[in-house]
Write a protein that binds this ligand. Structure first.
Ligand SMILES: Nc1nc2c(ncn2[C@@H]2O[C@H](COP(=O)(O)OP(=O)(O)OP(=O)(O)O)[C@@H](O)[C@H]2O)c(=O)[nH]1
Ligand SMILES: [Mg+2]
Length: 358
């Protein structure tokens, strides 16, 4: 009975895939694509992510329908089984190498791993995560992994939205460990912090925050700090750096989740410290699940995202009206010329800009 059920389900998914092939993403086959994504077909997952990454406004309603279909096909309890991990650190600290190691280890523990990137610099380098600099050779071709470069976009907001939606699609496709790589030099890690459960900062030995090029505030956002490349001659220096960060962190207030931020050392090339890092992550997750922070954090993240999307959409909606756009430009000139304050200009635009009769 179960066999017959599952074979008829497979049959339906196969038929759906054929229909998708003959007619790529159209509003008529959104349900088919959603079904195929949920059945774990990577090609269709990639196709679905391409749709949600599209910046064509005509693709947005389609993308939203796809996300809604996928949501109705997956149970909300699935969400609790997935873990979203953010990895940040300056260029060259070894994030991709670290993720490759961690990804392979997680797969060996029975997980399916998706790796996504939020890398504003990839616009210049055209997707460094998969370019010639890639350190994820094994993961990129592994059957239980899915590696996706950063979407190309001029606006971090667009990249962040697409990445968050890609996380949801990957989870729906059965990937239960989602790792996001981001470069620790700008706003992107704040965006990533708001979309992951556990945020890990990789450091190199020696230098202080400023020398490492780490923006103030990033250390405070981390749930776990790893002094990376702790191998060869660097082992002692890494231990010293870890200790000085531990001392400094004592001065910080306890994070909301109630877990003290640990500073560990690891080498991805020598595979040192990775098991300890995974054990620590599991400990953090267990602690948060039992004290309620796990759910609370995800709930806050969802509701904050709705607020920020709504304000952006309202802004764009009002700007789309030609008379409102003219009004915007006129006010903007005044602000640029310093003849009006920014707040007063924004106030006038919001209160009059939408009304064509004024
Ligand atoms: N000694 C040592 N070198 C490492 C380790 N991990 C990475 N590296 C080296 O560090 C360099 C940068 O590694 P990546 O993984 O590309 O670093 P990244 O932080 O992802 O770099 P970007 O994506 O450019 O920001 C490479 O030459 C790696 O071989 C490590 O554990 N030990
Ligand atoms: Mg990298």
């Amino acid at each position: 009975m179960t066999n017959r059920k599952s074979s008829s389900k497979e049959h339906a998914v196969d038929a759906a895939r054929k229909r998708i092939k003959s007619n790529r993403i159209e509003s008529s086959n959104i349900q088919d694509i959603a079904r195929s994504v949920v059945a774990g077909h990577r090609e269709d997952l990639a196709q679905a992510i391409t749709l949600i990454e599209s910046e064509l406004s005509s693709d947005r309603p389609l993308a939203q329908r796809l996300l809604r279909e996928v949501k109705t096909l997956t149970q909300s309890s699935e969400e609790n089984k997935t873990v979203r991990i953010g990895i940040t650190g300056i260029p060259g600290v070894g994030k991709s190498t670290f993720i490759e190691r961690m990804g392979i280890d997680l797969i060996n523990e029975g997980h399916r791993v998706a790796v996504l990137a939020v890398d504003p610099s990839s616009r210049r380098t055209r997707g460094s995560i998969l370019g010639d600099k890639t350190r994820m050779d094994k993961l990129a071709v592994h059957g239980k992994a899915f590696v996706r470069p950063s979407p190309a976009s001029d606006a971090l907001g667009g990249v962040a939205r697409a990445t968050m939606e890609a996380i949801l699609l990957c989870e729906a496709a059965g990937f239960d460990r989602i790792i996001i790589e981001t470069v620790g030099v700008g706003q992107s890690e704040i965006a990533v912090r708001d979309m992951v459960d556990v945020f890990i900062l990789l450091l190199i030995e020696g230098a202080g925050d400023d020398v490492q090029g780490i923006k103030r505030g990033i250390v405070e956002m981390a749930d776990l700090i790893v002094v990376h490349k702790a191998d060869g001659k660097r082992i002692d220096a890494c231990a010293t750096t870890a200790q000085s960060y531990r001392n400094a962190l004592h001065l910080f207030p306890l994070p909301e989740g109630g877990e003290v931020v640990d500073v560990m050392t690891a080498s991805s090339l020598e595979n040192i410290g990775h098991k300890e890092v995974r054990t620590k992550i599991n400990h953090i997750i267990d602690a948060w699940k039992s004290n309620g922070w796990w759910i609370q954090q995800r709930t806050h993240q969802r509701s904050d995202r709705m607020t920020s999307h709504a304000s952006e959409l309202l802004f764009l909606k009002q700007l789309n009206d030609p008379s409102s756009e003219q009004h915007w430009q006129a006010l903007k000139d005044e602000v640029v010329n310093d003849t009006r304050s920014a707040f007063s200009a924004a106030w006038e635009w919001v209160h009059r800009g939408g009304d064509k009769n004024t």
